[in-house]
Design a binder for this molecule. Structure first.
Ligand code: HAM
Length: 439
């Protein structure tokens, strides 16, 4: 891949045909696969009562400054200043936008609401497997309820979304934690003060990606004593019961996740994982990610959580939110790895041509009827000889060809060719739609 930003060699140098690094072009075959997969996912979301919304690609910088993740704000934002001097960003995620929209329209909404969107997001990352600079996310969020039923519903929804695209439950794992429990464990049991809490949560978020010495260093940097470091390490290996124990009964009683897991309320297995902490500042309690069980794909398929205070950035009213983003890059890696990608559908059902002006009118009349009947029909554009029409029909993969103006045909007749069987029959133009409908 060439770097488009590099200076061109001379006046005759042609522009690169590559997209900007970390972004992708989707050619029709790939787009056909994506449309099928996303269409299936939309149907599941709508079956769960989610309704679709959309929002702008550009947002005010302040929206992210306050509550997003430090890594995103400091290292990954595409930002710009508009001609009026306003600081803007190209959205790196959708949650601040949807919180802004909910806050702006809360009076009109019958809460709780279930909203979904399918948007592209930009983050300035080093492109690698599962991580690009532009990715698409399906976001599904519920606003206006603090009930643990939200968690149950979202976990069930993940299962149904995955099932709908052919993914068996054994091929992925939902891993979840609760920041209420983690923060109580760190303040009550490890004895951290508020200032050390955030950096330690961030260190734990990276725990599995770094070696022992780096872990130790990250904690020492934040002034933890050797005894506190030992307790943080012990935390990293605890199960849900142990963490509820060290967090204390108040925190355990507030945890929706503990209720859901300990009460066996979910049809979908959800694994408690003390190291899922998520980098975003806005999450307040439940946090979760979904991973492929194949080691080929290490990056998460979904990431989400509960954010009960984000809407209050915009207005006094407190409207709790919970939801997830499902990323397309990791999703398509997953579908490929597990060999469940649908086949592209870009070939027309029928290619239609006439060899002269009169027969072209007959052929196009048939084309119109077939299009109305739901067939995908390609009409010829250029004046070609018969063999060239057939060659083109074969190259584009047409199943049938309708030919008008051949010397053996009477007026009003066409020849219908079945390309896979190389068979041909003569019909009157009016008979074609019914004939193809039963083919
Ligand atoms: P996130 O974990 O940053 O969460 O992203 C959600 C998903 O988007 C990830 O699991 C991953 O599949 C995909 N993703 C994120 N960054 C990239 C990237 N650079 N390249 C490819 N895929 C990526 C959020 O964005 C939250 N706003 C999600 C949310 C919605 N939380 C509540 N509601």
């Amino acid at each position: 891949m060439t770097d488009q930003t590099a200076p061109q060699a001379g006046p005759r140098a042609k522009l690169s045909t590559d997209p900007y690094r970390g972004t992708r072009d989707f050619l029709p075959p790939e787009m056909s696969v994506r449309t099928q997969v996303f269409g299936t996912l939309y149907r599941v979301l709508e079956a769960f009562g989610f309704v679709r919304y959309d929002g702008p690609l550009l947002e005010a910088f302040e929206l992210y400054e306050a509550k997003s993740s430090q890594e995103i704000v400091n290292e990954q934002l595409y930002s710009l200043v508009d001609k009026g001097g306003r600081r803007l960003v190209i959205r790196p995620e959708m949650t601040p936008t949807v919180a802004r929209m909910i806050a702006g329209h809360s009076q009109e909404l019958a809460l709780p609401v279930r909203w979904y969107a399918h948007v592209n997001c930009h983050r300035y990352e080093r492109p690698q497997r599962g991580r690009l600079r532009e990715h698409w996310q399906i976001n599904a969020d519920i606003f206006g309820s603090t009930s643990h039923e939200c968690e149950v519903e979202l976990f069930d929804l993940i299962r149904e979304l995955m099932l709908s695209i052919g993914a068996e439950p054994s091929t992925y794992a939902i891993r979840a934690n609760d920041r209420i429990l983690a923060e109580a464990a760190f303040t009550n049991w490890v004895g951290l003060d508020r200032a050390a809490l955030r950096p330690v949560l961030r260190a734990l978020d990276k725990w599995e990606k770094v070696d022992e010495a780096t872990r130790e260093a990250m904690l020492q940097e934040n002034g933890l004593t050797p005894e506190q470091i030992d307790r943080v390490k012990a935390y990293a290996a605890m199960d849900l019961e142990q963490i509820c124990g060290v967090a204390g009964p108040e925190a355990a009683g507030q945890s929706n996740l503990a209720k859901v897991i300990q009460g066996g309320l979910c049809r979908t297995p959800v694994k408690f994982d003390p190291l899922i902490l998520r980098a975003f500042e806005y999450y307040t309690s439940t946090v979760f990610e979904v991973f492929d069980t194949s080691p080929t794909n290490r990056r998460s398929l979904f990431g989400g959580g509960r954010y009960d205070n984000l809407v209050s950035l915009f207005k006094k009213e407190r409207i709790p939110g919970i939801g997830f983003g499902m990323g397309d890059v990791t999703l398509f890696d997953f579908l490929e790895t597990h060999e469940i990608l649908p086949a592209p559908r870009v070939s027309p059902d029928v290619y239609v041509f006439g060899l002269d002006a009169d027969s072209r009118a007959t052929a196009y009349g048939v084309a119109r009827e077939l299009q109305e009947a739901g067939f995908h029909v390609v009409r010829s554009l250029d004046d070609l000889a018969l063999p060239k029409h057939l060659k083109y029909a074969s190259r584009v993969g047409a199943r049938f060809v309708i030919m008008a103006g051949l010397s053996e045909l009477a007026p009003g007749q066409v020849a219908l060719r079945n390309m896979s069987e190389s068979s041909q029959e003569i019909l009157s133009a009016g008979e074609v739609p019914a004939h193809l409908a039963s083919a």
